[in-house]
Design a protein around this ligand. Structure first.
Ligand code: HEC
Length: 117
């Protein structure tokens, strides 16, 4: 059997450590990427209760189908709900409740997401 020298062990362990760090680095990169795409998807889960999993239900038979609408239209609708100061009642109030918690950045990101559904 061939005897592995001390130097041999060192290079072997070095190689192992390097590949371990490389995979950890890659893994964390992927995790960040996954987080990036799932943030809007996560918010949309709440919306899906009424608008459907893929945004294709007419919520309470009142809203338009929101999937595939123009980003600017979606942003406009959502800003309307967010900014509405009037004492909204019924369904409009329901929508406002969900949108008011979102920041404008989140609204824009969400609009892009819904538009692409
Ligand atoms: C409890 C049910 C419900 C939930 C949850 C809900 N919506 Fe709505 N949504 C409605 C209803 C009902 C309307 C129509 C309201 C009206 O007529 O004023 C509407 C309207 C809209 C519109 C305007 C559509 C159009 O063009 O007519 C958009 C955009 C929208 N919702 C996005 C969202 C987003 C984004 C979320 C999640 C953050 C969400 N909704 C959560 C019920 C809901």
């Amino acid at each position: 059997m061939q005897k592995v020298s001390y130097k041999g062990w060192c290079t072997l362990i070095n190689k192992l450590l390097v590949s371990l760090f490389c995979s950890l680095f890659l893994l964390s990169g992927f995790q960040l990427y996954a987080k990036e795409i799932s943030k809007e998807a996560k918010i949309f889960k709440k919306c899906a209760k009424c608008h459907g999993e893929r945004g294709r239900h007419k919520a309470f038979d009142r809203s338009e189908i929101i999937a595939g609408q123009d980003v600017s239209d979606l942003v406009e609708s959502m800003k309307f709900y967010k900014d509405s100061k009037f004492e909204a009642r019924g369904v409009t109030k329901v929508m406002a409740k969900y949108i008011k918690q979102l920041s404008y950045d989140e609204i824009i990101a969400l609009a892009k997401y819904i538009s692409g559904l």
